[in-house]
Ligand binder design. Structure first.
Ligand code: ATP
Length: 298
């Protein structure tokens, strides 16, 4: 274990960020220059993306040897489809996203993109194919334009503006004193949770990846902001293979398929209506959330 965490310990701040959930892993990799555990296989080829179909086959994984988090998880997401992953807190939803990005390798089973085992392809090509909108975006102390273009140093001004528009943050930027040059982050203008998420969405639009991971924010945004962001996310998920890590069920009802994780396994699979009809875990979770909603606690 010490071995596993050594490179991270050296970067206490980065380490804490990892533990907080699905962080902006792309930024992470650039900061720590790839963790030592994960290396390219000798002679690894570039990932060849056709439609971006994703499959987990009997995946077994634990962060620590004596504690299995995923215990034989299988599912498939067709090219361009949206899969929502739900389940109790700690069920391993974000872990699935970390494995797909190959932040860790599973101890058993395989993860495939368009039929290629992600361990057999270069990390660079894998990460280029996957975009992540994390729960909580870490902004760099730089301009908002730089933050949107992050990872695409060659992006033209028009492309940045187009991405901002797609993420519906262009109007906000237009009102800032220095527009795209306005400094943000700890030392600059502080952005709200919703605004930061829009920066992450714009960054993802600019990257234009065939596979998308949306890690729904657990922190409460006000319901209007949330509905607006939900709208934007649904639009960018169109025509891309999308995995939605959902903490609230109300946002996944339109997914092509939903998997319910429980105790390391996929307990139920189906559309929202199919899962309700099963009267199992999902139906229980749904009933509970509806009741909370009515009581006004959510
Ligand atoms: P939530 O809905 O609360 O975000 P989740 O389903 O996304 O939960 P994960 O973040 O995937 O859950 O975590 C699954 C389990 O793995 C949890 O018990 C968590 O404590 C553990 N875990 C997560 N990250 C690490 C880590 N870096 N080292 C050790 N254990 C970890």
């Amino acid at each position: 274990l010490a071995q596993l965490f050594r490179p991270l310990d050296m970067l206490g701040m980065v380490y804490r960020t990892i533990r907080q959930g699905l962080i902006d892993m792309e930024a992470m990799f650039r900061l720590i220059d790839t963790p030592s555990e994960i290396t390219d296989a000798p002679g690894a080829a570039a990932l060849h993306v056709a439609g971006g179909a994703v499959a987990f086959e009997d995946v077994v994984f634990g962060y620590e040897a004596d504690r299995t988090i995923l215990n034989g998880v299988s599912f498939a997401v067709g090219a361009g489809e949206t899969l929502a992953i739900v389940g109790p807190s700690g069920a391993g939803k974000s872990t699935i996203a970390r494995l797909l990005f190959r932040f860790y390798d599973p101890q058993g089973g395989r993860i495939l993109i368009d039929g290629q085992d992600i361990r057999a392809v270069t990390q660079q090509s894998l990460r280029a194919a996957i975009g992540i909108v994390p729960q909580d975006t870490v902004l760099f102390n730089d301009s908002i334009g730089y933050n949107i273009a992050y990872g695409r140093a060659d992006a033209r001004v028009e492309e940045i503006a187009e991405a901002a528009k797609g993420a519906a943050i262009d109007g906000f930027i237009a009102m800032l004193p220095q527009g795209y040059e306005t400094e943000v982050g700890e030392r600059g203008l502080k952005l709200s949770g919703g605004e930061k998420q829009r920066v992450a969405i714009a960054r993802t639009l600019l990257k234009n990846p065939p596979v998308l991971i949306l890690d729904e924010a657990t922190s409460a945004l006000d319901s209007r902001t949330e509905a607006a962001i939900q709208d934007t996310l649904e639009r960018i998920a169109e025509r891309r293979t999308t995995l939605v890590i959902a903490h609230r069920l109300s946002t996944v009802t339109s997914a092509d398929r939903i998997i319910v994780l429980d105790r390391g396994r996929v307990a139920e699979t189906g559309t929202h209506d199919q899962l309700l009809a099963m009267r199992g875990l999902y139906a229980d979770m749904w009933a509970r959330q509806q009741a909370e909603r009515e009581e006004g606690t959510v």
